[in-house]
Design a protein around this ligand. Structure first.
Ligand code: ADP
Ligand code: MG
Length: 696
């Protein structure tokens, strides 16, 4: 095998490939498009397409696809081959600029939230030249946006790109105020840390719940969980290490900067973190990473579980979205500066984030809402469902002193004035101690920790980019024509702190006291997905998205509809799986075991009439009572499902939350109790102990 630098990115038509394959003029035109988001002209596209095709064919590709991210949360592709008939009956490999730039797709099977019926059934895909094309399994993949013929976004990428444009535009206005006229572009950057579980493939195949829902719907606690903290950062088992090595190799070929890997808190849980990149590329890469993880796992007879809560009783999986703002030249705008003036700029960007998170806490919560993530948020392991920010002691002290016009350090007698005083350097590691905070400043970036492991990171970043764009816009509007810039700046920062400090919380986010205090502070607390989704179309939020041209009202309504439906569909599948497993596997298993124990008792009795039957009697009694309870509850679950079927998605979602989930939990508690007293060989599928400790 070649060395990593040799094969890194070998499957990507990246800058290096473009430079060597494209005529200088074409290369320049494409780079310009990438930098400024300009339209690509068709001549340029033709040349680029041909070069891309030659490159891909040399690497063994025969097909191309517009690779896009519909609202299903996963990626979609439709393969077309490069072949085209030649006049002599043979074929040649062809790929035109038109095919590169725009594809047509029958949108009718993708969720559109009603947009489709009011416009056209077809959609189109348009190349996003800011994300490189790559080869996956012999197919040239062209990262694209997916829209309806009316131009409405039907995917995650379109609004994400719009939101990046929005924040870029407003950030440039701010930088101009600080004398930085020449900044060509400002983009947000993201590094997404991905958690996942690995279980043995043979065991997985015996669990319908894992197959159909991605999580276990049954399973008694094993004798050992994560209480010894011996898995976290523990040594990696050979089979897992082999998986990780191949995964890294595949990701590196795709130009994905996989960097850090380690065991996570729960048994069988792991994490992979890439080096950060521009947000839309980070989003593409995270989708690819999830896909490649699942594929590579299969080769090792492992299954990669991306569900947020595959196992009850041990930690679930999340995704930490490390986010910052950067100039095109790579200057991190959330990096505290060296001079008072730089510090002032840093503080203004910091305040923009504080204001954004406070004003749009509802949207941030909504952006990570899913049936799977509901098991984590607020469940004493992931951050709570209440959005708050952690800034660290140093920064807090500084903001306090700005707010109250006091000196921030007892040793100093002068008051802290923005733009005049140098901030102390914050030691980086002291800012990252609060693991319970949903939104933590970690020295030069924010870490948004509420995302679920299966979530596309697009949603969270669309909200974050747009909300911060709005803060920056209000600041630029305020500061652009003032006489005394420094005074106005100081006043603005002070006002932001005063108005929005309620969102800052440095204590323990898992504490019940915090929930009460958060309520007193007026912070929102959306416990579940159906609670969080309505805010998507709240007037203030429609206004935000329309103002920054990220979503139209119609697009928001469509998305809301899709999210409600997704929630209902997910839970419906879970409920049907519970019914299936109970009726076909669990009740029959309990019955056989009751039969076995009863016949043993009968046999014993025929030998010695005075034998002790306590075990047999108690076991049969307990199991009979449990199976009666299970049977009754399952019938009730079936009846409830029938009853709620005709309701509309919003009402139905509420019923799933209030009736179906508790009923499923009740059934599970009986089944898990039965598992504990049923002979191991009678239990119809692998147990928690098997699944969590089965990969050796
Ligand atoms: P920490 O120790 O604070 O967790 P790391 O250096 O381990 O920080 O980084 C965690 C994640 O944050 C990585 O994915 C990293 O690439 C990402 N990251 C670092 N700097 C930035 C930045 N400026 N913008 C976005 N993500 C970043
Ligand atoms: Mg981290």
């Amino acid at each position: 095998m070649n060395s990593v630098p040799d094969y890194f990115g070998c499957m990507v038509f990246d800058d290096k490939a473009m430079k060597s394959r494209l005529p200088k003029e074409t290369y320049k035109a494409i780079k310009k498009t990438m930098r400024d988001g300009k339209r690509l002209d068709i001549e340029v596209a033709n040349v680029a397409a041909n070069a891309m095709k030659d490159w891909a064919v040399e690497k063994g590709a025969t097909h191309y696809t517009h690779w896009f991210q519909p609202m299903t949360g996963i990626t979609a592709e439709k393969h077309d081959s490069f072949i085209s008939p030649d006049s002599d009956g043979s074929v040649i490999m062809e790929f035109s600029g038109k095919e590169l730039v725009k594809g047509e797709s029958d949108a009718s099977s993708f969720p559109s939230g009603g947009i489709r019926s009011t416009f056209e059934a077809r959609g189109y895909t348009a190349w996003d030249p800011t994300s490189y094309a790559f080869i996956k399994e012999g197919v040239l993949c062209i990262p694209t946006a997916f829209c309806s013929y009316g131009g409405e976004a039907l995917d995650m990428k379109t609004p994400l790109l719009r939101s990046m444009e929005a924040i870029g535009k407003q950030a440039k206005r701010i930088l101009k105020l600080f004398g930085q006229d020449e900044t060509a572009s400002v983009k947000t950057t993201v590094g997404a840390e991905q958690e996942y579980f690995l279980v043995d493939g043979d065991m997985y195949n015996k669990r319908k719940d894992l197959i159909f829902t991605g999580r276990t719907l049954f399973g008694a606690k094993p004798p050992k969980g994560q209480e010894l903290d011996d898995h976290y950062f523990g040594s990696i088992k050979p089979r897992i290490a082999a998986f990780m090595a191949e995964l890294n190799e595949e990701l590196w070929k795709l130009g994905i900067l996989a960097k850090t890997e380690h065991n996570e808190a729960a048994p069988a849980q792991h994490e992979l973190a890439p080096i950060f990149s521009t947000t839309n590329i980070a989003t593409d890469h995270n989708q690819l990473m999830m896909e490649v993880m699942q594929k590579v796992a299969k080769k090792h007879n492992l299954i990669c579980l991306l569900h947020e809560k595959p196992f009850e009783g041990v930690n679930g999986s999340g995704k930490h979205n490390n986010w910052s703002i950067s100039t095109g030249k790579g200057v991190n705008l959330l990096e505290p500066g060296e001079t008072p003036y730089d510090n002032a700029q840093f503080l203004l960007f910091l305040c923009a984030v504080i204001k954004a998170v406070d004003n749009y806490q509802d949207l941030l919560r909504m952006s990570v809402a899913s049936a799977g993530n509901d098991h984590r948020l607020g469940a004493n392991e992931a951050p709570p469902a209440v959005v708050s920010m952690f800034l660290g002691d140093e920064l807090n002290e500084i903001l306090d002193s700005i707010e109250s016009d006091a000196s921030y350090d007892a040793k100093e007698t002068v008051q802290m004035k923005v733009g005049v005083h140098v901030l102390p350097r914050f030691p980086k590691d002291t800012t990252d101690r609060n693991r319970t905070s949903p939104f933590a400043f970690t020295g030069n970036k924010f870490e948004f920790r509420m995302l679920g492991s299966a979530n596309s990171i697009a949603s969270a970043n669309i909200v974050l980019n747009t909300a911060v764009a709005e803060s920056l816009k209000s600041y630029a509007d305020r500061l652009e024509n003032v006489d005394n810039f420094e005074d106005a700046l100081h006043a603005l920062i002070q006002k932001t702190i005063r108005d929005h400090k309620r969102i800052i919380f440095n204590g323990n986010g898992y504490d019940d006291e915090w929930t009460k205090e958060a309520e007193a502070r007026g912070l929102s607390n959306f416990r579940t997905t159906p609670d969080a989704l309505p805010c998507l179309t709240a007037e203030k939020n429609v206004k935000l998205f329309e103002e920054h041209k990220v979503f139209t009202r119609a697009e928001l309504e469509a998305r809301q509809e899709i999210y409600f439906q997704n929630y209902c569909k997910t839970l419906n599948i879970e409920a049907l799986t519970v019914i299936d497993m109970i009726n076909k596997d669990i009740l029959p298993a309990i019955s056989s075991y009751i039969g076995k124990v009863s016949s043993t008792a009968a046999a014993k009795k025929s030998c010695f009439a005075d034998a002790d039957f306590t075990y047999e009697e108690n076991t049969v009694k307990k199991l009979s009572s449990l199976s009666a309870s299970i049977y009754k509850s399952v019938n009730e679950l079936e009846a409830s499902l029938k009853e709620i079927k005709p309701l509309d998605a919003v009402e139905k979602a509420g019923k799933f939350r209030d009736i179906i989930i508790p009923k499923m939990e009740e059934i599970r508690s009986y089944a898990d109790a039965a598992e504990c007293i049923t002979g191991a060989e009678y239990w119809p599928f692998p147990t928690y102990a098997d699944l969590l400790y089965g990969v050796r």
